[in-house]
Design a protein around this ligand. Structure first.
Ligand code: ADP
Ligand code: MG
Length: 322
């Protein structure tokens, strides 16, 4: 495994014009198992780590480890988090490249900024993240792009090609369609990130709720059903919101209702109930209520379908306003 960078006396390159740092170095301490991915994505990530750890052995066979990796997929599916988790596992800091600072108001400055960044990351072993690389890698044939940007993209691609350092280079994008095919070819691996499937959503709920006191009868299957189409990050936000509600309400335990409420709020975020545009699925979930037909009570034990008030069996009634 390449030697870890010595993190003393590091001079961070800056944009000569504005003085803004072109990159940011951060240490992470995540548990790698917090990362919940499909088997296919996880296998590919594991392989990158394996090659990196065994780079010395590979070198004896004159083989290089994969060190330029493109991560693509929908927002909130764990591209940035994967890099942070890998950094935690390998105990190597992440160098976040700041494209906003690189692309300076003086466009002529940009190529020199890029050069400074590559010189920096070549000197030591880092985990480098070119996040949201589409800013720079936008399709070079896009007629709206200024000629200067095209030159920058060419520069970036050339520097990627010429890169000879020991660092692991990751680039991430939510918009793979906008990326030029010339960019894909520059990478040793392209790893796709998908929205979480049912099993992964269940794992997310279970892992995020592990440390909090909760009702024993949380219906994970129903929560998984409700959150179809949401990203890992969305689900995390929902769980945090539900936890906060239960804390603010002084509840002893987080309830199923807390989570369902947060899911519904999330699905309706930014929308008012008067808006006609609410889709049917959202509407149904929003108005879902379980009512005991015998006594009209809504405080029911939803898992056993028994009314906690009168003990009679209950039926689900889904109230919608249409
Ligand atoms: N695959 C995942 N497994 C576990 N948590 C995740 C995953 N993806 C996202 N998260 C959570 O959501 C947050 C934001 O995700 P992020 O990695 O920034 O998404 P992306 O870079 O794909 O847009 C992460 O910090 C993490 O807490
Ligand atoms: Mg990201």
């Amino acid at each position: 495994m390449p030697k870890q960078a010595i993190k003393t006396t590091i001079k961070i390159p800056c944009n000569a014009d504005s003085g803004f740092p072109l990159l940011k170095i951060k240490n992470y301490d995540y548990d790698f198992d917090e990362l919940i991915l499909s088997d296919n994505t996880r296998n590919q990530i594991n392989r990158i780590i394996d090659e990196f750890k065994n780079s010395d052995i590979l070198a004896t066979y004159n083989l290089n480890y994969k060190n330029k990796i493109l991560l693509c997929g929908k927002p909130g599916t764990g591209k940035t988090f994967s890099v942070q988790a890998i950094s935690s596992l390998l105990k190597i800091p992440v160098v976040h490249i700041r494209f906003d600072a690189i692309i300076s108001s003086f466009l002529g400055e940009t190529a020199s900024n890029l050069r400074k960044v590559f010189e920096f990351i070549e000197k030591e072993t880092w985990i480098v993240l070119f996040d949201e690389v589409d800013i720079i890698g936008k399709n070079r044939d896009d007629i709206h792009e200024h000629g200067e940007i095209k030159r920058i993209v060419n520069n970036y691609l050339q520097m990627l090609d010429d890169f000879e350092g020991k660092s692991l280079l990751f680039a991430a994008t939510n918009h793979q369609n906008m990326l030029d095919s010339a960019i894909w070819r520059r990478f040793d691996a392209v790893i796709a990130y998908d929205l979480p499937n049912e099993i992964e959503r269940k794992k997310l709920f279970e892992s995020h709720l592990i440390s909090i006191k909760k009702d024993v009868n949380i219906n994970f299957d129903y929560l998984v059903e409700m959150t179809d189409g949401l990203s890992h990050s969305d689900i995390k936000m929902i769980i945090i919101d539900a936890m906060k509600t239960s804390i603010l309400n002084n509840q002893e335990r987080l309830s199923q209702h807390n989570i369902e409420y947060s899911v519904n709020n999330f699905l309706l975020r930014g929308k008012s109930l008067n808006q006609i545009q609410i889709n049917k699925k959202e509407l149904k979930q929003y108005w879902r209520e379980i009512i005991c037909e015998a006594c009209g009570c809504t405080e029911s034990d939803t898992n056993n379908k028994l009314c906690s008030c009168c003990g009679k069996s209950i039926e689900k009634i889904e109230k919608t306003n249409n």
